[in-house]
Structure formats: structure tokens, C-alpha cells
Write a protein that binds this ligand. Structure first.
Ligand code: ADE
Length: 220
């Protein structure tokens, strides 16, 4: 898979691309990233990419031209173009599972008060990572890329994501590691029993209890 990210702040991606599982996925050739600086497509010599909103109001709006030129500079026939915006569709594990089938994703990071609305004529999907407003789409684009890349074949062990949160609308069951006792808090007895059927049953119950407590909406 290829992931192209269009941003005004390319330096924000340095740590993300050079660490841990994402770094390994790139080294193994499972994914490649291009980080495209929208400012390189500014229309004047000051590198201007934003302007005041028509109709008045606070803040600046990103101009459409540099963004569309940036898209055109890397677009392929198979590219799926996604705009990161708090007014997008809520990003869910199900969407990550769908998007991992794509060959080329282009993620556009908005900034300031957003991008000129006409950008919607050039994108296939708008995605939000949650009901809060961040300073820009950079962290959301890392969230979305991270969630997708770990699902690509050969990036992490399949078992690691086949039994995790949001599968069958349940959160993950609790996990523990050594030591078996810490500061008076013990690992649940059943996990030390070696009895697989009981462990499975306990995990299912715990997943349901955690979902009822933290995310009752998932059980509706
Ligand atoms: N840009 C700013 N806030 C965002 C959010 N919650 N999701 C996606 N893009 C954003």
C-alpha cells in the first residue's frame, strides 16, 4: 500500500514514520509513505496557502488551489482521496478494515478553520477521528494510517488483531503479565490455571463487562 499525506507541517511525521511498527512495515515494503508539503504548491512567492473567509468570520481558510495541485502531483488512477476533518464520518475499526484493501490512499490534513469547501469535489471521503477539534488533520492522519498499516498482511501477527477491541462490537478482555502479584494486586486465578476453556469463558465475560461499563452504546 502507498499512503500519501498532504500537509503544511511535514516535520510532524518524522517521529511517526521512524518508530516501531510503522518503521518496520516501511522497511519490509508493506507500505510506503510520501509526505507532500502543500506549501510547495503555493501560488505566490510568499508561500501563501490561506486567506480570509468569504462572508467574514474568525480565522483563515486554506485555499483550494494549492491543495488540488498537491493532489494532482501524486494522484494515481487507484487513489482514494480522504479529507481529515472534524465534520467527517466517524472513523471506526470497520473503516480501517475496509481501507486496508486500497492500493493508494491520499490523506489531506486541513488546518486553520478548514479548507475551502469546494475541496469536496476532489475527495472520496471525509473522516473525523472523534468529536473534538484539533489544531489540524496531521494527528488524525497518523491515527488513520496507524490503524490501517497494522492490519496489512505481514505487519503484525494476525492473532494480535483478530481478537481485539471492536471485534463483534466488544472491547478487548483484560490482559496481564509478570509478576503474578504486585503491590497486593493479583493476576486473576483462572489465568494461572492453564484451563483453556475456563480462560476463554472468563475472557468473554470480562469483555462484555468492560463494554457494559465503558461503552454501553456498542451493545445496543
Ligand atoms: N482536524 C481537526 N480535528 C479533527 C478531527 N477530530 N478529526 C479529523 N480531522 C480533524
Amino acid at each position: 500500500m502507498r499512503i500519501s499525506i498532504l500537509t503544511l507541517f511535514p516535520e510532524l511525521f518524522e517521529g511517526f514514520l521512524s518508530t516501531s511498527i510503522i518503521k518496520r512495515a516501511i522497511e519490509k515494503g508493506k507500505v510506503s509513505f510520501d509526505i507532500v508539503n502543500i506549501r510547495d504548491f503555493a501560488k505566490n512567492s510568499y508561500g501563501q496557502v490561506d486567506d480570509t473567509p468569504y462572508g467574514g468570520g474568525a480565522g483563515m481558510v486554506m485555499m483550494i488551489e494549492p491543495v488540488v495541485d498537491a493532489i494532482n502531483s501524486i494522484k494515481t488512477d487507484e487513489a482514494k482521496i480522504i479529507l481529515m476533518t472534524p465534520s467527517g464520518r466517524p472513523f471506526k475499526q470497520k473503516i480501517a478494515l475496509d481501507l486496508r484493501q486500497e492500493k493508494h490512499l491520499i490523506l489531506i490534513c486541513g488546518h486553520y478553520e478548514g479548507i475551502d469547501e469546494r475541496i469536496l469535489n476532489y475527495v472520496d471521503m471525509e473522516l473525523s477521528i472523534g468529536d473534538y477539534v484539533l489544531t489540524g488533520g496531521e494527528i488524525p492522519s497518523m491515527v488513520v494510517s496507524d490503524a490501517i498499516v497494522r492490519l496489512l498482511d505481514g505487519v503484525i501477527k494476525r492473532e494480535s488483531y483478530e481478537e481485539e477491541s471492536f471485534k463483534e462490537n466488544l472491547l478487548d478482555y483484560p490482559t496481564y503479565t509478570k509478576p503474578a502479584s504486585f503491590d497486593g494486586f493479583d493476576v486473576p486465578e483462572v489465568l494461572l490455571s492453564g484451563h483453556h476453556a475456563n480462560i476463554e469463558k472468563w475472557r468473554r465475560e470480562q469483555a462484555r463487562m468492560k463494554t457494559e461499563k465503558n461503552r454501553p452504546d456498542l451493545l445496543d
